[in-house]
Design a protein around this ligand. Structure first.
Ligand code: AQP
Length: 328
């Protein structure tokens, strides 16, 4: 079986963008691929975190993975910092990456703008991400659109490494869940990505939001003055984004979704969307709450899965070290 690898950073609370753009689809891949899903807590260190909050956020993501249907007996779900090979391979790959290519990364440019804490980790972030992917002999990396450039860099680094040392690393490919939700937009800023660490709490629907919060956010979502529900990202970014959410959750096409709201008001459309979002998130939240009560079970999953991840990662690291003439 081919291998799928992906990860989510435990900064902030997970939002609908992460869910519809990425990990909702991850559970469906479990029968076709060996799936490895990480909580990439080392990546979270590019910003200053409260240690206790970071710990809690990492655990929350493990539970959300399970609540979204990822089976921890079948797939491997683990914390990146529990497997030291990530940092070890990252150093090696950093010595095979160029300042020029890292400077061109859009996320680095965006995140270093208006930021007082432009640390070296922000710059070398894609190298660590390449190590994450390449350690597991990954074929496919399911991600949102914002991460495609980083996966392409991982490909370039793997090809470069193989050219020098022989066929050691598997060259991965990025895969987005669906064009519609590959870059879900904010509810208040529908031309910008829905971020989980947004400064505007009305912009993002968080997966653990209450019914009242979800209702308020959708009711207040920015629309336009035309009062007709159809998809046109250029002229109607707000309505188009809401339609994308509706279509993604109901598994309908955009055309069928438009038909559902022909001659309906924005108020009616928003009310239906509220019901659809609540219908999707209620079972997820229930399962998350159930898992939150079962501390021993979750602890055990975290420990056992880290061991499974480490076994694979150590083998790749040993191959790489051997090729370089280092290691034991
Ligand atoms: N709006 C989005 N639409 C589609 N996919 C998205 N992803 C993130 N936002 C959207 C995908 O979710 C996965 C995890 O990404 P991440 O851990 O980098 O989280 P983030 O939400 O992208 O982080 P932020 O909001 O930029 O905040 P910080 O970095 O400050 O925590 C990835 O597959 C991503 O593509």
């Amino acid at each position: 079986m081919k291998t799928v690898f992906s990860g989510i950073k435990p900064t902030g609370n997970l939002g609908l963008g992460n869910y519809l753009g990425a990990f909702k689809a991850w559970g469906n891949l479990q029968n076709e691929y060996t799936c490895i899903y990480s909580v990439v807590d080392l990546h979270a260190l590019t910003i200053r975190n409260d240690p206790q909050t970071l710990k809690e956020n990492s655990r929350k993501i493990i539970m959300l993975y399970m609540a979204a249907g990822i089976d921890p007996q079948k797939s491997i779900i683990y914390l990146q910092s529990h497997v030291p090979a990530h940092s070890q391979l990252s150093w090696i790959l950093g010595c095979h990456s160029y300042m020029g290519e890292l400077s061109r990364m859009t996320q680095y440019k965006e995140k270093s703008e208006n930021n007082e804490n432009v640390n070296a980790g922000l710059f070398t972030y894609p190298v660590l991400m390449a190590a994450d992917i390449l350690l597991y002999n990954t074929h496919v990396v399911p991600v949102g659109e914002d991460q495609i450039q980083h996966v392409e860099l991982a490909r370039d680094i793997a090809l470069r490494f193989n050219n020098i040392y022989g066929n050691i690393l598997v060259v991965p490919e990025a895969k987005t869940a669906s064009k519609l939700t590959a870059r879900l937009k904010g509810l208040q800023n529908p031309t910008k990505k829905m971020d989980k660490s947004t400064k505007d709490p009305l912009d993002t629907i968080f997966l653990l939001d209450t019914e009242a919060e979800i209702t308020k956010k959708i009711k207040r979502a920015v629309t336009d003055s035309e009062a007709r529900v159809y998809y046109d990202t250029e002229n109607k970014p707000g309505i188009s984004n809401l339609l994308a959410i509706y279509a993604a959750i109901t598994n309908k096409t955009i055309e069928d979704s438009e038909l559902d709201f022909q001659n309906k008001s924005y108020g009616d459309f928003k009310q239906s969307l509220i019901e659809v979002v609540l219908g999707e998130l209620n079972p997820l939240q229930k399962e998350f709450n159930r898992l939150s009560q079962d501390t021993a079970y979750v602890d055990n999953i975290i420990i056992k899965n880290a061991q499974r991840a480490e076994e694979i990662a150590e083998k790749t690291l040993a191959k790489v070290q051997n090729a370089l003439g280092i290691g034991k």
